[in-house]
Design a protein around this ligand. Structure first.
Ligand code: HEC
Length: 367
């Protein structure tokens, strides 16, 4: 058994680091206007209220509001529209780097499917053995299963409100295991019956269950904390080895492993693709095509190359990097893509994506 799933598990991401921040923070001045009071009262309850300063397009704000309502944020009916207008007027989308599209030798087509529940925020995708594509609806509280042949999507509701399903993995019997990011639990869905079994974290301090994997012995592993290093775990001894990256500003999000025992990572904060050789500790990196603000995120290794998303570029891209020639090629994601937080690979080697803000699941068909 390769150590792929275990190492992949240690993708030291920081996606949810802000979720701990709360209303207790000092609130700097926000612009006056209708909607402000509701905003100040409600929007710092679970995460830093200043998060809104990231900014969105008007359509993006409507999606964010849909997501927050799905998640049970108690905005009174008559306040929804004024609050939405307040957000649109005061927190417009910040400038984003234009996607840099690089031509290359590989032909690929991107297929997309809209998921049924608006504002689901599809977080992670998973290609399963039966040819389906699953996704976690982080803010709809559902797991979804897409049959890419027929386009049919079935959604499975989870048990506990505000579970916030995040990572997901398939076991040998076809059950789908997931991390319940917001409720500190790990769960198992039996797709045959729709039954969900939940396992709460034994230690209440173990918040933010994040990335999940199953090893060759059927053991389920998951991360519970975020850091900015890359690490491996020996499943027999539980020994953890950490590798510090040379640049202190690096924030590797997702990882991919190549057969030559290297770990590849998407450096979100600096806009780089990086390679760490586990045997020698040697390290090398390449600037992502759309530049320092391109925010590389989900990444997989398939068909002899690294494939990743640039989640900051407008539109988002799928980037291919050939480790032999060290050349990039890229494609714009139709419709914008809007944040591919993780990727998976189908049995025939095609990358799959979950596109959070546009509420889609995608498949990159490599010809
Ligand atoms: C009950 C908890 C809760 C409250 C209250 C809440 N949020 Fe959220 N919010 C979440 C969760 C969970 C996420 C997604 C996970 C994460 O990234 O933290 C999120 C994410 C977001 C995001 C990032 C969305 C993205 O995908 O880019 C924005 C923006 C946001 N919230 C705005 C708001 C606004 C505006 C309000 C007030 C109406 C609000 N939140 C109130 C739980 C909450």
């Amino acid at each position: 058994m390769s150590r792929t799933p275990l190492s992949a598990l240690i993708a030291a991401t920081l996606l949810c680091a802000t979720a701990q921040a709360s209303a207790q923070q000092a609130q700097p001045d926000f612009p006056d206007g209708p909607g402000k009071q509701t905003f100040v009262n409600l929007c710092g309850g679970c995460h830093d209220i200043n998060r809104v300063r990231l900014g969105y397009t008007p359509e993006g704000w409507r999606t964010v509001m849909r997501m927050m309502l799905n998640f049970g944020v108690p905005v009174p009916q008559g306040e929804i529209e004024p609050l939405t207008q307040y957000l649109i007027a005061n927190f417009p989308e910040r400038p984003r780097p234009a996607a840099v599209i690089i031509a290359g030798p590989v032909e690929a087509a991107i297929k997309l499917w809209q998921v049924p529940t608006p504002g689901s925020r599809p977080h992670d995708p998973l290609a399963t053995r039966d040819g389906a594509i699953w996704y976690t609806g982080q803010l709809s509280g559902k797991l979804g299963r897409l049959d890419p042949k027929s386009g049919e999507i079935k959604e499975y509701p989870l048990k506990t409100p505000q579970t916030g399903p995040h990572g997901l993995v398939e076991d040998k019997d076809g059950n789908i295991w997931f991390t319940g990011n917001h409720m500190s639990l790990v769960g198992k869905l039996d797709p045959k019956t729709g039954d969900v079994t939940e396992y709460k974290m034994p230690d209440p301090k173990a918040k933010d269950p994040h990335t999940i994997a199953i090893d060759g012995n059927g053991m389920v592993w998951f991360t519970a904390q975020n850091a900015n290093k890359i690490a491996t775990i020996d499943p027999n001894t539980m020994a953890i080895k950490e590798y510090a990256l040379p640049n202190a500003a690096s924030r590797p999000r997702r990882l991919a492993l190549t057969p030559d025992d290297a770990v590849w990572y998407a450096d979100f904060s600096r806009g780089y693709l990086g390679r760490l050789d586990l045997a020698t500790g040697e390290h090398k990196e390449w600037p992502s095509p759309s530049g320092p603000q391109s925010q590389p995120y989900g990444i997989v290794f398939t068909k002899g190359a690294l494939w990743n998303n640039e989640s900051g570029a407008k539109p988002n891209t799928i980037v291919r990097f050939d480790p032999k020639t060290e050349k990039f090629q890229s494609w714009a994601i139709p419709g914008g893509g809007d944040i591919v937080r993780n990727m998976s690979v189908t049995r025939d080697g095609n990358p799959v994506t979950a596109n959070s803000l546009v509420n889609q699941v995608g498949l990159v068909e490599v010809k």
